[in-house]
Design a binder for this molecule. Sequence first.
Ligand code: ATP
Ligand code: MG
Length: 560
Amino acid sequence: MNDAEPRDFIRQIIHDDLESGKHAEIVTRFPPEPNGYLHIGHVMSICLNFGVAEETDGRTYLRYDDTNPGKEDEEYVEAIERDVRWLGFDWGDRLTHASDYFERLYEDAETLIRKGLAYVDSLSADEIRAYRGSLTEAGRNSPHRDRSVEENLGLFRRMRAGAFGDGEHVLRAKIDMASPNMNLRDPTLYRIRHVPHQHTGDTWCIYPMYDFAHTLSDAYEAITHSLCTLEFEDHRPLYDWLLEQLEPPHRPRQIEFSRLNLAYTITSKRKLAALIENHEVSGWDDPRMPTIAGMRRRGYPAAALRDFVKRGGVTKKDKLIEMGVLENSVREVLGERAERRMAVLRPLKVVLTNYPGDKTETLEAMNHPNRPELGVREVPFTRELYIEHDDFMEDAPRKFFRLKPGGEVRLRSAYIIRCDEVIKDGQQNVVELRCSYDPETRSGTGTSDRKVKGTIHWVSAVHGVHAPVRLYDRLFTLPDPNAVEDFRAALNPDSLEVVDAVLEPSLTALSPGEAVQFERLGYFCPDERDSSPQKPVFNRIVTLRDSWAKIEKQAMQERG
Ligand code: ATP
Ligand code: MG
């Protein structure tokens, strides 16, 4: 462990356990259930579990918590591995499944029976629920609670052998039906389910319950710190009871932390799956989804996700983190990394009346303003261009420093132009601008040192490539969509807008997912599914902090 102060309470505990010699090596696990894709909440758990092990030269297991046959799927298994690896973590040869331990778990269940600590119950599910009591009312013992060890063993073995139908019997721990903690009122350990399992096939028709399987899998793997979210706090007494009764050589310590919740989105696999089923989004990797696959396709770098969860920290307090925090992490990573390009999202035609119609100049543009080592690229300049519709205003306020009738603006890496004439269609929409350029003002090499307040981006109308660009907004209109009865009613109908943009030609050379900054507009990348060099399709990753507005504001203040 490095010398810096541990940065959260879990790292403090781990630090102390290493100092005191309680553990020589830290072993953690990330235990997803393969019933959906991983989301931003899982990113936190992954970074925590793999992070603390990495920082202490320990080890982490990637363990599938696959105790629910039927609901789980190989597609999810593959996605989970891809996503954890993409985030930058490596489980080495420690890829396991709760189902790897089914035999051992069964043995331990028999041990509990032999110790008189578990029994086969033959009440129906409804009866079990009724007997359990409530928070204010003690439960009642099942009439089957006092079956002999022999009878229990016999029944349990026949359960395993397939002698009974689903729900006919369960195996329960014999703890305390009056416990104030409902989890200790003789919790179910095994249930009968005649459903093939994606990993063990039809070897089993009884399956262990989560608490039983999870606790003991932790113990089998000699996990030192079993880190989980706060909803498992009430399960810890059962976790500890199982370890106490079965006395495995390793007794992991469970520590709970609060879930990461992101504003304007949801982090529940069940609810995310419902969005897909109802075709509200295109799939688990829809770029609006808070899944790792969706965020990757959107163009979020793995480093930004890691940075984001680090900023959020690890606590026991409930938190709803602003989307802006995540977006800032994305901007910070991309600002440094992404090359600059020009694209026009809502094109307005500009004709330079004093520029020859048959001429193409090749201008040079910096790939990154602060990183000259990234070099320059060539951008074609012609008589007909596109600029952003928003960069022209007919009745502009005095402090509008972009283009207006009679006004001047610099075209980025090119010339200063003046707007001489505004062409409109029958509905009075501006459809074209007639402008003139000043040949002395070419960026870098021009002989004039004339300056103008505004600089705008542009693309040659002759060489520009027309392409759809997908602009994403938040998926929900409410900060906490879980707070309303039907979370789907809070969906943002405008979460996706597709515009017909014009791209500078060099943009067709990007590989899928490669992020660039469209000058003044934000960060974008070719969609990894739908884009090709012949038919590019771009995703907006994130908008820029409105730095240009700020620059203009500053300029305004300077001029008083
Ligand atoms: P979901 O509600 O999406 O199904 P889950 O907890 O059931 O979530 P698992 O696959 O069981 O999903 O989660 C694997 C691990 O990730 C667990 O240890 C769980 O505590 C943790 N985890 C899940 N959601 C979050 C979250 N929002 N913040 C932090 N950790 C999380
Ligand atoms: Mg879970």
